[in-house]
Design a protein. Structure first.
Length: 406
């Protein structure tokens, strides 16, 4: 295999990225940029079958793999080389992976990653397909309580799983009120081979005419939409892209990698780094707004507060900025209906650290006490707001590294 990796620390997905792989070069244009990143291909790749490209949200890295590449002088010249875009937006590296029995046979459990990817897919389904549904008079469906049981393993080339997925659903009216109908969803004996898995929807009895319509819609069409987002192939590819592999040890001499040009360190003292972290998080969260219930309500974050430590680790194999922060901010939901009262609350990230990836479960959302009819808005904000905060903070670590000159 010949592998091209492109580190894209400012991106969470390939949405808005223009990627074109031709017979002579890889051309990449990032969102908001007018210039292309052009990567010429060695001669022995120009007649190879079409490569496979995938993006890891966890590593924020694009990987393009060419299979069955024969060795050549051009290939040797590119082995281990790296380059850096002037603006720091992309770091490019070539390497060759020689097939070996041990590499193929190695398996790594990845059930936790499967749970994360399932949650991500179902939250995408909620945001993109289950809001302002015309067939149920503009109502929306909220999904939650996701649970994945079973086993999942990954090798260097594939992810295999046999699992069951269960979660709850609840219907909301166009104004964010509860319709009084809810139920459960189950996907049993689900594997990576299931392009459209069987989705079973159960509806609790009772409710108004609109509530019954919502239940029938979930059985008839909602199940089909959920199945699209739980495509076994797509989930398998996403899990595989998120798996982190240890570099294999070899008795042979390791490829010599070119040293990147030294970068000038601009701010490394702890006080400056913490101030920079506070300013960055304040900018990201202080102006963050969200639409709820298809625009029938809006939510905004206010007064972000950051405490903790941020420091520069100069020694060791991976020098860079480290941080361990606590983030707190207020939020408000403003319904668009005349006379409806705003709903207020707090959002807390007790541990926002460079040592682990921020997950939805690390973000706590609570409504201020003493408010009436806040339940549906709290549920909607937890569904949308938490995901928005996590997405907003994804590029933070990479930006801190560049700010400090690492």
């Amino acid at each position: 295999q010949k592998v091209l990796t492109v580190d894209l620390p400012s991106l969470e997905s390939l949405q808005g990225v223009d990627l074109d792989v031709s017979g002579t070069e890889v051309r990449l244009r990032l969102p908001g940029s007018e210039d292309d990143v052009q990567i010429p291909l060695p001669a022995d790749l120009r007649n190879c079958p079409e490569p496979a490209a995938k993006f890891s949200r966890k590593r924020r890295q694009l990987t393009i793999v060419w299979e069955h590449v024969q060795g050549s002088k051009a290939e040797e010249e590119l082995e281990g080389t790296t380059s850096q875009e002037e603006d720091g937006s992309a770091e490019i590296a070539w390497k060759e992976i020689a097939p070996s029995a041990s590499a193929v046979a190695e398996e790594k459990p990845c059930s936790d990653l499967l749970q994360e990817e399932v949650e991500h897919a179902l939250k995408q389904c909620t945001v993109e397909r289950l809001r302002s549904i015309a067939e149920i008079r503009g109502g929306s469906i909220l999904l939650g309580g996701f649970a994945v049981t079973g086993e999942a393993t990954a090798t260097a080339t594939s992810c295999r799983f046999t699992a069951s997925v269960t979660f709850t659903w609840e219907a909301m009216d166009p104004f964010g009120g509860q319709l009084g109908v809810r139920g459960t969803v189950a996907v049993a004996n689900w594997t990576q081979e299931d392009e459209s898995p069987t989705v079973s929807v159960r509806v609790a009895p009772g409710g108004s005419a609109q509530a019954r319509e919502s239940g029938e819609w979930m059985k008839r069409k909602g199940a089909r939409l959920i199945a699209e987002y739980l495509s076994g192939k797509r989930i398998s590819e996403s899990v595989l892209a998120a798996v982190e592999w240890d570099e294999p040890e070899s008795a042979e001499q390791a490829p010599v990698q070119s040293e990147p040009p030294p970068r000038k360190t601009r701010c490394v003292d702890e006080a400056s780094l913490l101030q920079s972290a506070k300013a960055s998080i304040g900018q990201k969260l202080g102006g963050l707004t969200m639409r709820l219930f298809g625009g029938l309500a809006s939510a905004a974050l206010r007064q972000p507060r950051v405490t903790g430590r941020a420091w520069a680790a100069q020694d060791g194999d991976a020098p860079g900025v480290r941080f361990n922060l606590r983030v707190e901010c207020d939020w408000v939901v403003k319904p668009s209906a005349a006379g409806a009262k705003d709903v207020h609350g707090s959002l807390v990230i007790a541990e926002f650290s460079s040592e682990k990836r921020l997950k939805d479960g690390d973000i706590t959302v609570e409504a201020a006490p003493g408010q009436k009819s806040s339940g549906q808005f709290l549920a909607a904000f937890r569904q949308t707001g938490v995901a928005s905060v996590r997405s907003a903070l994804e590029p933070f670590s990479g930006e801190m590294q560049r700010e400090a000159g690492f």
